[in-house]
Structure formats: structure tokens, C-alpha cells
Design a protein around this ligand. Structure first.
Ligand SMILES: C/C(=C\Cc1cc(O)c2ccccc2c1O)CCC[C@H](C)CCC[C@H](C)CCCC(C)C
Ligand SMILES: C[S@@+](CC[C@H](N)C(=O)[O-])C[C@H]1O[C@@H](n2cnc3c(N)ncnc32)[C@H](O)[C@@H]1O
Length: 230
């Protein structure tokens, strides 16, 4: 008899299959995305994002890209790093997320060095070797083709530069994975259901389960890749 790897009763895959489904999902959550991130991580995601930007090694005057920028947190941090002589592009395929990002730029009193671009991470609309640094926060787990996304990032990144990828990895430890899933089932989904978004946040569980494992055992992990100088 074949046994299912997980008890059927506790794991129902959320029907988020293709790029269009994901685009629709992120557009639906756009109005509450920032508030829920603050609430669910107890503000911790701001620290993770600052770490991720510092690991990108972006510096004054750089031209940088934030792929899957969503409501723009990483792009705003990058904006201060590169200064008024630098340039930040925030790219996302959800118009609703970009509208939130753009409206936040007017309230944030930030530099006028950010451009919001509606586009696909799997087909970046930029020339080869164009950016001095790239960030991607909680994006790689959500694209439908991770390999293609990495190929595109490495294509537009200048040789010798850094891409900083921030995401939740799947733990190698069954206990840690179970705790993450318990937290999602018992904290994340019930909180999101207050906003009518339980299915959207239940998707977090399957996306983490299908993602990469890390060397460490934590489920909150940042990865950095360097583009080798050719
Ligand atoms: C940064 C957070 C969420 C980002 C995020 C990423 C995604 O891929 C999504 C996909 C679909 C819908 C929404 C998202 C999304 O919001 C917030 C953190 C959520 C985590 C699951 C953390 C859960 C943490 C515990 C409930 C409390 C942990 C305390 C912390 C370690 C201090
Ligand atoms: C979890 S959000 C992360 C947003 C932001 N980077 C942050 O750290 O808060 C994931 C984002 O990836 C975007 N996304 C997913 N697949 C994409 C693709 N193929 N092209 C562009 N954006 C994509 C979604 O629209 C969403 O805004």
C-alpha cells in the first residue's frame, strides 16, 4: 500500500497553479499585505529586509534592481543606499502591488530615484550586465520557474556583482518544518481569514514545502549569490 507523505487531512494543496493564479493572488492581498507582514512577523520582516539590502552590497551611485518588489519595502531601503546619483528599479507583475508601492513613495518622503516597472521576473526587460546589485525578497519561492528567474537575474547583473535573495527556506529538520506548518495553520491563516484571505495565506505552506532546503535548520534564511567575473 502506498502511503501519502503527509496526512491528507492536514494538507490540502491550495489551487495556485500557474503564473496567472499567482498574479491574481498577490493582487488580491495587496491592500493588506504590509499590515499583515508587520502583524505576522511581529515587525521582524523589517530587520530581515535591512539585512538583505546590506548583503546586496548596493552603494552610492549604483543602478540596482528589486525583482518581485511587491509594495516596495526593499526598493525604499535601496533608494537610500544608492542616493540621489543612483537609480532603483522596482519590478513586479502585479499592478495592484505596484500601485501600493507608488502611493507609499509619496508618503515616505523618499528620494526621487525609484522607478516602478510592471514586468515579468522570467523575462526581465533589461539589457545584459545592466545592474550593480539585485535584490529579491520573498520572490524566488513564488515564481513559476525558479531556474529561469535565476538565469534572468544573472543575465542582467554585472559580472562580479551580488544578488541578495531573501526567502523562507524549507527546513531539513522534520520537527522545524512541522512547527512552521503549525504556525501557518494556527496563526497565519486564522489572522488572514479576518480579511477574507485564508486561501491566499494557506498557499504559503505549500510554497515553502515545495521550496529549497537550506544548510541551516531555521525556516527564516537569507541566501546570497555572486555572479562570478568571467
Ligand atoms: C514577511 C512575511 C511574509 C511575506 C510573504 C511571503 C509570501 O511568499 C507570501 C505568499 C502568499 C501570501 C503572503 C505572503 C507573504 O506575506 C511575514 C511573515 C510570515 C511568516 C510565515 C512568519 C510567521 C511567523 C510566526 C507567526 C511568528 C514568528 C515570529 C518571528 C520569528 C519574530
Ligand atoms: C511575497 S511578495 C514579496 C514582495 C516584496 N518583495 C516584499 O519583500 O515584501 C512576492 C511578489 O512577487 C511577485 N511576483 C511573483 N511572480 C512574479 C513574476 N513572475 N514576475 C514579477 N513579479 C512576480 C508578486 O506579484 C508579489 O508582489
Amino acid at each position: 500500500m502506498m502511503l501519502a507523505p503527509y496526512p491528507i487531512s492536514t494538507f490540502r494543496p491550495t489551487p495556485v497553479r500557474c503564473a496567472n493564479d499567482r498574479q491574481a493572488l498577490f493582487s488580491r492581498i495587496a491592500p493588506v499585505y504590509d499590515n499583515l507582514n508587520d502583524l505576522l512577523s511581529l515587525g521582524q520582516h523589517r530587520i530581515w529586509k535591512r539585512m538583505s539590502v546590506s548583503w546586496s552590497r548596493a552603494k552610492l551611485g549604483d543602478r540596482v534592481l528589486d525583482v518581485c518588489c511587491g509594495s516596495g519595502d526593499l526598493a525604499f531601503l535601496l533608494s537610500n543606499k544608492v542616493g540621489s546619483d543612483g537609480k532603483v528599479i522596482g519590478l513586479d507583475f502585479s499592478k495592484e502591488q505596484l500601485m501600493v508601492a507608488s502611493s507609499r513613495s509619496s508618503t515616505k518622503n523618499c528620494l526621487k530615484n525609484i522607478e516602478w516597472v510592471e514586468g515579468d521576473a522570467l523575462d526581465l526587460p533589461f539589457a545584459d550586465d545592466w545592474f550593480d546589485a539585485i535584490t529579491m525578497g520573498y520572490g524566488l519561492r513564488n515564481v513559476v520557474n525558479k531556474q529561469k528567474a535565476m538565469q534572468e537575474i544573472l543575465r542582467v547583473l554585472k559580472p562580479g556583482s551580488t544578488v541578495s535573495i531573501l526567502d523562507f527556506n524549507k527546513s531539513n529538520e522534520p520537527l522545524a518544518s512541522s512547527i512552521t506548518e503549525l504556525m501557518i495553520d494556527n496563526i497565519v491563516v486564522p489572522v488572514a481569514s479576518v480579511y477574507g484571505l485564508s486561501e491566499e495565506y494557506r498557499y504559503l505552506k505549500s510554497s515553502i514545502r515545495e521550496f529549497l532546503t537550506g544548510i541551516g535548520e531555521t525556516c527564516f534564511r537569507s541566501r546570497i549569490f555572486y555572479r562570478p567575473t568571467l
